[in-house]
Write a protein that binds this ligand. Structure first.
Ligand SMILES: NC(=O)c1ccc[n+]([C@@H]2O[C@H](COP(=O)([O-])OP(=O)(O)OC[C@H]3O[C@@H](n4cnc5c(N)ncnc54)[C@H](O)[C@@H]3O)[C@@H](O)[C@H]2O)c1
Length: 371
């Protein structure tokens, strides 16, 4: 199979979808790997490392997109829509619930679009989203802590609160909505920094597991709106981490809810890639990461892991590579037919939406995958 690795073009996206070691293994399996010039540079991999591994460096995005299977990190942007075509296999983060325009194009162009975030194992885990969520959760706390400073590098001063407090001064209050991979990782770092941490989680089994994991180190409760209001009144750093796989993020917050938070407090909406958990959330970029609404600094970066591309690329490709190899070895249709976790992750095929939550979020018909 011919596998294409285009350079990422999203704002300051420095990750790459395949590392040279992965390219070597695919070439040894008998496949051809086309890597766009410079695609690995942001993650510390030179073109020479890819050619040494047996991949071919191609000069343009069009050359990489000409492959049968294109593997990326982030969803295709409008500049890339020209490369989409019937029969193309696309394996990447898609987050279509937040991007109806891309969904339309994938349907019109009859692309076989497989979303990393919807690869789901029989026990409900999301193995390809998990590593990036662990990175994003840790970063959300790190970045949130620095935005809380009065001098935070933006035009909007934070509340001026130190995460861990100091002798005779209370630490910051951190509220995390959703206790999955993002929430748990964000909590670990916040606890490590000495903050007082609360997690509100919607699944009873997850509440029990989180309590077991954190013990006395943080307070974990079942999500209830009243509970959230009480926590918001004293919240310095709020982290949005709720997810229903494939669907639009649950809408948990309005501007009047956020007004309960002290002025200059910080809201990191990590769930922005699925549309965000607040009516006040809209995607931001590394050029302008922050805006203020209801007196609260909002930071809604849809590609947080790109801030640490060396770590993120290693973490992502370690999980995606076995699936890439499977798609290439068995052929895309056979791989999807034989592996339930891959089958669940097909978002569009032959002009149909084949993922129920994506269809529901778009208000369009769902067509069970027919092979
Ligand atoms: N911005 C970024 O760069 C970035 C990076 C990675 C992940 N994400 C996003 O972060 C979000 C969370 O991802 P994750 O891997 O932690 O998902 P996850 O499935 O591991 O955890 C989500 C948790 O939210 C809980 N939940 C669902 N509805 C809820 C509600 N109404 N109230 C409270 N909890 C609720 C679920 O029970 C689950 O435990 C996703 O939208 C994901 O795409 C963003």
């Amino acid at each position: 199979m011919i596998i294409g690795i285009p350079a990422e073009i999203k704002n300051r996206e420095h990750r790459v979808a395949l590392i040279p070691e992965g390219a070597r293994a695919l070439v040894e399996d008998g496949h051809q790997v086309l890597v766009e010039q410079g695609a690995g540079a942001g993650s510390g991999f030179s073109d020479k490392e890819y050619t040494d591994a047996g991949a071919m460096i191609v000069a343009s995005a069009a050359d990489a997109w000409a492959a049968e299977l294109v593997v990326k990190v982030k969803e295709p942007l409008p500049r890339e829509y020209q490369f989409l075509r019937p029969g193309l296999g696309l394996f990447t983060f898609l987050h279509l619930a937040a991007c109806p325009e891309l969904l339309q194009v994938l349907l019109e162009k009859k692309v076989l679009a497989i979303g990393y975030e919807t690869v789901q194992t029989d026990d409900g885990r999301l193995p390809l989203l998990a590593p990036m969520s662990q990175v994003a959760g840790r970063l959300a706390t790190q970045i949130g802590a620095s935005l809380l400073q009065s001098e935070n590098g933006t035009q909007w001063p934070g509340r001026g609160v130190l995460m861990g407090g100091v002798a005779n001064v209370k630490p910051a209050n951190v509220l995390i909505l959703g206790g999955g991979n993002v929430g748990r990782s964000a909590a670990e770092v916040a606890i490590g920094m000495g903050a007082i941490v609360h997690i509100l989680e919607a699944r009873v089994e997850s509440v029990a597991a989180l309590r077991q994991h954190f013990g006395q180190r943080c307070e974990v409760r079942f999500f209830a709106q009243q509970m959230m209001f009480e926590a918001l009144d004293e919240c310095d750093l709020l982290i949005g981490a709720a997810l229903v796989p494939g669907a639009h993020a649950p809408h948990l917050l309005t501007s009047s809810f956020l007004e309960r938070m002290p002025d200059g407090s910080v809201f990191m909406d990590v769930a922005i890639d699925q549309g965000g958990i607040s009516e006040t959330s809209r995607p931001t970029s590394y050029e302008q990461p922050v805006y203020v609404e209801s007196g609260v600094l909002h930071c809604c970066l849809p590609n947080l892991p790109s801030a640490v591309p060396v770590s993120s690329t290693q973490a992502l490709t370690a999980e995606t590579f076995p699936y890439i190899r499977l798609l290439a070895q068995a052929g895309m249709v056979s791989a999807i037919r034989e592996h339930r976790s891959l089958r669940r992750s097909v978002n569009t095929w032959d002009g149909q939406i084949t993922h129920p939550a994506v269809a529901e979020a778009a208000g369009m018909p769902y067509e069970p995958l027919s092979l």
